[in-house]
Design a protein around this ligand. Structure first.
Ligand code: ADP
Length: 483
């Protein structure tokens, strides 16, 4: 089965206060979505172990926060180096539990590591301010201090990157963090924790706990000691966690659902637009929150675009992530498959047409054929909700105003993409789109140096970039007469 160069990376225990804990015997099975085989079982921990982790994080915090940033930075850098050195093993674990093709998994490992490298550098640049005082005998100072104990709850679609994007800025800032990974993909998280421990990150600074999401989530959100929660996942669960965090006025970063429009104007470079759509739509079998969810194509190029896109999509090979040349792996589980099928059936009932695919793949399991639908309209479910599958719904539009209006006609506001060769139109549309991130003539916008995050019901806060560390820092204003 999983043949790792370093078998120690495959852990079936949680890291709490520097020790690997197996719990009382109850476990959660981790399965390979490509064939349903059980890969491993991780501890089903609950409230008691979460309390223990919170105490350990609180105990570790003062010493960690007090260390010079240069030292925290060096430890993070060592973690980064170890991740790169074990990239193949991490990718193998990720593909086994998540399903994405190995090349994509390896890409995610590098992407995940880039946040650690970046925040190791940013750790040393947490500057304060000296404000010119309105009175001669005062000095006004602003310092930026770590928030304290923090928690992260992460999803299965990026089992490594969604963790490092939170842990790296938290630790760089001087916070300690407890991570609750998704139940489908805890093994990548535990492997990252093995490497963090090897890098010398002290006990209690980074902890990973697996088990009942509701129970662990309730303890983390209900705790006075946990000062901040960073969550990536569905808007539905984000709302629950936000409500649960209200009594303790907890700081929140929320990266929630998207419903990304992808607009192709008449004056677009069609080949580039097709390339961008391929990357934005079909990556991770369509299971990313920034995947193009609605493809709006202007009437003058609609048919040509559909033709070119169909030619490319027809080449995508479906299969297990470990097989060579596979572009589309399995969907994460049966629920995900059911949602995709439901969206397609609803669109067809509403008058859409299948251009390509439109059904489960012949190999069975949770594999779905890469699909293109035409004649899709705003009222269909596929236009209203995130599909999270390899389905490209094409909408036809006439005017720029109409495209922008339809693109913004959603409660979500994460990522949007548009293609035009006109610079004037590019500025107009970029400014009009109500989204946290906009790609012009590109379908790939995520990297560690740019702020990732959404507006409206897509969330709060930003990850990555120089802004990302602010999410883990408090401002303290000092007014002194000593100057
Ligand atoms: P998805 O639909 O992508 O699986 P979810 O929002 O359901 O996204 O899950 C994202 C993360 O939130 C996972 O780690 C999951 O275990 C966790 N989670 C789900 N429900 C709850 C809850 N009620 N309280 C705390 N965490 C939860």
């Amino acid at each position: 089965m999983l043949n790792l160069e370093d078998p120690e990376l495959l852990r079936s225990a949680c890291l709490i206060d520097g020790a690997w804990i197996s719990g009382q015997g109850a476990t959660l099975a981790v399965t390979d979505p490509a064939d349903g085989a059980v890969i491993a079982a991780v501890p089903a921990l609950g409230a008691a172990e979460t309390e223990q982790a919170i105490s350990a994080a609180a105990a570790a915090f003062p010493a960690w926060a007090a260390r010079p940033a240069k030292e925290r930075s060096a430890l993070l850098r060592r973690w980064f180096d170890l991740i790169l050195a074990h990239a193949d093993d991490l990718a193998a674990v990720m593909t086994a539990e998540q399903g994405k093709p190995l090349a994509e998994a390896r890409g995610e490992v590098l992407y995940a590591a880039s946040f650690i490298e970046w925040f190791a550098e940013e750790a040393k640049r947490v500057y304060g301010d000296l404000i010119p005082a309105p009175q001669a005998d005062k000095r006004l100072v602003v310092m930026r201090q770590p928030i304290g104990v923090t928690a992260a709850i992460t999803p299965w679609n990026f089992p490594a990157a969604m963790i490092t994007r939170k842990v790296a800025p938290a630790l760089a800032a001087g916070c300690t963090m407890i991570v609750k990974p998704a139940e489908q993909t805890p093994l990548t998280a535990l492997a990252l924790a093995v490497l963090a421990q090897r890098a010398g990150i002290p006990a209690g600074v980074l902890q990973v706990i697996t088990g009942d999401a509701r129970e662990i989530g309730a303890v983390l959100t209900g705790s006075d000691v946990v000062r901040k929660l960073s969550f990536t996942g569905s808007t539905e669960v984000g709302r629950i966690l936000m409500a649960q965090s209200a009594p303790t006025i907890k700081k929140l970063s929320l990266e929630l659902g998207g419903n990304a429009p992808f607009i192709v104007f008449d004056d677009a470079d069609l080949d580039r637009a097709v390339e961008g759509a391929m990357q934005s739509k079909y990556r991770n079998a369509g299971q990313t929150c920034v995947c193009a969810n609605r493809i709006y194509v202007q009437a003058g190029v609609h048919d040509a675009f559909a033709e070119k896109l169909a030619a490319r999509v027809a080449e995508l090979k479906v299969g297990p992530g470990t097989a060579p040349d596979v572009a589309i792996g399995p969907l994460i589980d049966a629920d995900a498959l059911a949602k995709v099928e439901h969206h397609v059936a609803d669109a067809l009932a509403g008058g859409a047409t299948i251009r390509l695919g439109g059904r489960r793949a012949a190999r069975g399991g949770t594999f779905y054929e890469p699909t293109i639908l035409t004649g899709v309209t705003q009222a269909m479910r596929i236009a209203q909700e995130e599909t999270f599958g390899p389905v490209a719904p094409l909408f036809r539009f006439e005017t720029e105003a109409e495209a922008v209006q339809m693109a913004n006609d959603t409660v979500f506001g994460l990522a949007a993409y548009f293609y035009t060769e006109s610079a004037r139109r590019a500025w107009r549309v970029a400014e009009a789109l109500e989204y946290g991130m906009v790609g012009h003539n590109t379908g790939l916008i995520s990297n560690e140096v740019a702020p990732f995050g959404g507006i409206k019901q897509s969330g709060l806060g930003r990850e990555g970039s120089r802004y990302g560390i602010d999410e883990y820092l408090e401002l303290k204003y000092l007014c002194t007469d000593i100057g």
